[in-house]
Ligand binder design. Structure first.
Ligand SMILES: *[C@@H]1O[C@H](CO)[C@@H](O)[C@H](O)[C@H]1NC(C)=O
Ligand SMILES: *[C@@H]1O[C@H](CO)[C@@H](O)[C@H](O)[C@H]1NC(C)=O
Ligand SMILES: *[C@@H]1O[C@H](CO)[C@@H](O)[C@H](O)[C@H]1NC(C)=O
Ligand SMILES: *[C@@H]1O[C@H](CO)[C@@H](O)[C@H](O)[C@H]1NC(C)=O
Length: 355
């Protein structure tokens, strides 16, 4: 009797061990990153994003994800890369739009929220000196996002007829070669810096030497009042039913959001200076007013050739009016003043007003 029980215990222990090994193996075999992958559960993604101040996350479209396949980049394409790009900034500032347009360029690949700096800081050995692996990982992220529909607008955004997908262009793919590759994870990059400045600088240096090409940082700035209001609406899960006559009111949360936003602004500006980033600043308002001219300027700064038809597509897909979220939220005169005083401290924001 006793022996039977012992055998049973041994059998169950062996089974548990096999199970753990199988889980470990499949995780190792399927994932490119330790911190967060597009296949992670919505809860895990959402917790990671939330800690970076990004609340709304999209989950992969299961149907479109099913047929997912990925062919690694041929080595001549890896060799053709001559610039690397990442985003710095704030959640809900409009950098997704810029990144989605760049990814639609036939020779540009931009991963969608891969959170490269967070992952690199966590596991330095993963990418350091592994150029081909780094580029393939980012290409896979871009490809996966396009195929699984991660750039699709959702909820309120979609209702306004607005999506970040440009189906007939090159999101998730390329043609011929790749001249520019990178990652878009605006809010999360500065988070790495806020947590540990030295680590950020060390990751940035490793990235520069691993990529072996010029590295650029795009900084998208939006009217602070709109950016703060949109962050508040997202954080509080407010639906788009609010409007200029029925504004959303949460003064305490708004006060906290203002503080959090300017902490981010200060860390982004400090980060660009301390790490000596090669930064390109884009004002969301200029982009909406003049998408073609702004994109042309970005292309020039990145030394990427942009065709007339590409610029035309950008112009056609950009919504004609900037969303003035600040008017969907109730402000007190005191809070408007607080923002005004903070804007005055930063030359890059100086032309933004509440009115
Ligand atoms: C590509 O990305 C997807 C989604 O994150 C992941 O499931 C898949 O394992 C990756 N493929 C490779 C070859 O890394
Ligand atoms: C998946 O691929 C198969 C064959 O390649 C195709 O018949 C099927 O329609 C695809 N399914 C989806 C959801 O795209
Ligand atoms: C604002 O929303 C309220 C409540 O949903 C609605 O009754 C009102 O007509 C809306 N006003 C405008 C200007 O859209
Ligand atoms: C955009 O704004 C302008 C001026 O504020 C207005 O005249 C126009 O109707 C708006 N267009 C759309 C599509 O909302």
């Amino acid at each position: 009797m006793l022996r039977l029980e012992i055998r049973l215990v041994v059998f169950l222990a062996a089974l548990a061990l096999l199970f753990l090994l199988a889980v470990e193996w499949s995780v190792d075999g399927r994932r490119y990153g330790p911190a967060l992958s597009d296949g992670d559960s919505p809860r895990r993604r959402s917790a990671t994003y939330r800690s970076a101040g990004i609340v709304s996350t999209k989950t992969p479209n299961k149907k479109r994800q099913k047929n997912y396949s990925f062919d690694p980049l041929p080595s001549n394409v890896v060799e053709s890369v001559d610039g690397f790009l990442f985003f710095v900034g704030y959640a809900r500032s409009g950098h997704s739009i810029v990144a989605s347009f760049l990814d639609a360029h036939p020779n540009v690949v931009i991963a969608h929220e891969y959170a490269l700096f967070n992952r690199w800081a966590e596991t330095p050995d993963l990418f350091n000196n592994r150029r081909e692996f780094l580029f393939n990982t980012l290409f896979n992220s871009s490809h996966f996002s396009a195929q699984a529909g991660l750039r699709q607008g959702k909820g309120g955004i979609k209702k306004k007829g607005y999506s970040l997908e440009v189906p007939s262009w090159y999101q998730g793919t390329y043609e011929g070669g790749i001249t520019m590759i990178g990652d878009k994870a605006g809010g999360m990059t500065a988070q790495v810096y806020r947590r540990n400045k030295d680590k950020f600088v060390s990751v940035y240096r490793q990235l520069c030497s691993t990529a072996g090409v010029p590295v650029y940082a795009i900084h998208v700035v939006r009217n602070p009042y709109d950016n703060i209001a949109t962050m508040l609406l997202y954080n509080d899960h407010v639906k788009q039913t609010t409007n200029v006559t029925h504004k959303y009111r949460n003064i305490d949360a708004l006060r906290k959001q203002i503080k959090a936003y300017f902490v981010q602004v200060e860390s982004v500006l400090d980060m660009m200076k301390q790490a000596g980033l090669n930064d390109i600043t884009i004002h969301h308002s200029s982009f909406v007013k003049n998408p073609k001219g702004t994109m042309q300027r970005v292309c020039n700064s990145l030394s990427v050739t942009c065709s007339e038809s590409y610029l035309q597509m950008v112009a056609e897909h950009t919504f004609s009016n900037e969303s003035q979220s600040r008017h969907l939220v109730e402000w007190t005169p005191e809070l408007v003043k607080t923002v005004e005083a903070n804007i005055a401290k930063h030359p890059i924001l100086k032309h933004y007003k509440f009115k």
